[in-house]
Structures are given as structure tokens and as C-alpha cells.
Design a protein around this ligand. Sequence first.
Ligand code: IMP
Ligand code: MG
Length: 180
Amino acid sequence: MDDREKHHISVYLTEEQLNRRIAEIGAEITRRFAGQPVYLVCILKGSVFFTAELAKRIALPMTIDFMSVSSYGCKKCSSGVVNIKKDLEHSIEGENVIVVEDIVDSGHTLSRLLAIFESRNPKTLTICTLLDKPERREVDGLNVDYTGFVIPDKFVVGFGMDYDQRYRNLPYIGILEETE
Ligand code: IMP
Ligand code: MG
């Protein structure tokens, strides 16, 4: 059966809402680092669309790099065991690193990533997430610098985010409900 027959997706954040908020964050980051180069780190795959939009809204000299991590869990959860599948191409020592995440849920992924990045001695380390689900947090004291939207405890897809690798290409963010 096609997945779309099993799932109902209701629009939660439109493309316009997303892009307006991303432009605001881009302007804030541009002001914060005025004139300095930044090193944008996209966490694959969920952050690809967010990174692309955000990068266009930051008017600073920029390097964009990608990192892929796996967290073994079920289709809708994260286990907290995070492994690097693809590492950055360059050293981040002395760089203004901006980590771009799609969503902070339990917080395990981000907390593990922060430990990895901090150990590499960047000049500054800034965390940027499109979505945050604070109700689901299992890690204390995570400091996120820029958050697009705080959302309730619902499973969302689209704008890069998936359910079992599907729905990343939706131009909006929708709440996924199983219909059976
Ligand atoms: P955490 O380690 O529990 O914070 O999980 C973070 C990762 O789980 C995110 O980077 C997403 O890839 C994925 N994730 C968490 N919640 C959702 C959701 O509602 N939709 C799609 N992916 C999600
Ligand atoms: Mg992710």
C-alpha cells in the first residue's frame, strides 16, 4: 500500500511562515557576527532545506559543511546512541561554527554533537534549530541559541524532515497522523 493511504498530514507551518522566520534568524545571525566569517554545519539529512534557506539569508563570508549522524531508534524516536556516519571535511578550530539542526526532540543528538564540536576548539559554537519540542526533552541544560518555532509534542514531517525517509520534499511542515 502507498504510504499516503496510511497517513494523514495536516499543514502546521506553511512555506511562507517558515521562510519569513528563517529570514529573521538569518538577519539576527548576520548582526551577531557582523563582518566575521562563519562556518555553517548542516546536520544531514533533515536540516538540508533549512540550511539552504538560512544560508541565503546570512550576509557574511561563509563555508558550508555537512555532517551525517545516525541515532539508532524506532521510526519516530531517537535512541540516544549517536554515531558519525559522515564527518566534516575541514577542521573547525578557530571558526565561528553554527550548527544547523532540523528539530530538537529528546536532545540526545544535539548534546552528543555539542560534545564532539566543543572538543575541536572552535572560536564560537552557536546552535540553530528550526523546531524545538521542549516537552520531549530528556537532556538537561541544552542551550539553543536560535529557534525557529517551538512546537507541541507531535510528529512532524516535511521541509526536510521524514517519517521512515518519506515526506522530506513537502514544502511545508505538517503533523503526521496514522489513519489505521
Ligand atoms: P533527538 O536526539 O531526540 O533530539 O532527535 C533529534 C532527531 O530526531 C532530529 O534531528 C530528527 O531527525 C528526528 N526527529 C525528532 N522528532 C521528529 C519529528 O517530529 N519528525 C521528524 N523527525 C524527528
Ligand atoms: Mg536530524
